[in-house]
Ligand binder design. Structure first.
Ligand SMILES: *Cc1c(COP(=O)(O)O)cnc(C)c1O
Length: 225
């Protein structure tokens, strides 16, 4: 018998092109449920809190080919742990954090893959570079050459219509293309990490290369995220 999680994953796979990387977001999700997603073929998993992620990663150590992605706001004092335990950090939300990760990455065997989190629509309650901050920071980011800066990540504010959502994702893509055209060294800019349970189809329509899905795979979370 196929479990509910596997069924949901298979349904999602049928909707999305194979070039799109599907990340299962496992915040507040049990290790058993993560194993079920793994059995259904998922290898990319994301967490948003270091203190929640590390014990779960430990319990899943027998699954060596999992690729872990960090997607939450990263406090300075957890940056080292994030680099040690995650292959990707999608939520580099300030120049200060980028510089810190760059310094710490010196001791790693390979360059960590990161995305720059951009607030494509202004949202005072969210972390991330504003568009103007990001453009102003590019030359400094170029100097963070111990990081493999892969592209942009965005989270949209709540309450947008479908057309506003699509427009915001398209604006993120245009911004990434504009930056890519500058040919900055080590800013590869091939990835667009955008789209969650409520809006991933629109994100893919706008060119997302990575989608991050939680509730649509694992069901509603209890309490706050
Ligand atoms: C929780 C979370 C997701 C997944 O959200 P769902 O609505 O459960 O799909 C994606 N990205 C980030 C950064 C998140 O914190």
């Amino acid at each position: 018998m196929t479990g509910l999680i596997a069924q949901r994953i298979n349904q999602i796979r049928q909707q999305i092109p194979s070039r799109v990387r599907l990340i299962a977001v496992t915040k507040q999700v049990s290790v058993e449920a993560i194993r079920e997603a793994y059995e259904a073929g998922i290898r990319d998993f994301a967490e948003n809190r270091i203190q929640e992620a590390l014990p779960k990663q430990k319990q899943l150590e027998d699954l060596p080919d999992i690729c872990w992605h960090f997607i939450g706001h990263l406090q300075a004092n957890k940056a080292q742990k994030a680099l040690e335990h995650f292959e990707w950090i999608h939520s580099v939300d300030s120049l200060k954090l980028a510089r810190r990760l760059d310094r710490l990455a010196d001791s790693l065997p390979s360059k960590p893959k990161v995305c720059l989190q951009v607030k494509i629509l202004s949202d005072p309650k969210k972390y991330g570079f504003s568009v103007s901050e990001l453009l102003a920071a590019l030359s400094e980011l170029e100097r963070c050459d111990r990081l493999n800066i892969r592209g942009l990540m965005t989270i949209l504010p709540l309450g947008l219509s479908r057309s506003e959502t699509l427009a915001a994702f398209q604006a993120t893509r245009s911004l990434a293309e504009k930056i890519k055209q500058q040919n900055l060294s080590n800013l590869v800019f091939e990835e667009l990490s955008m789209g969650m349970s409520a809006d991933y189809l629109l994100a893919i329509e706008a060119g997302a290369t990575i989608i991050r899905l939680g509730r649509i795979i694992f069901g509603e979370r209890q309490g706050k995220i």
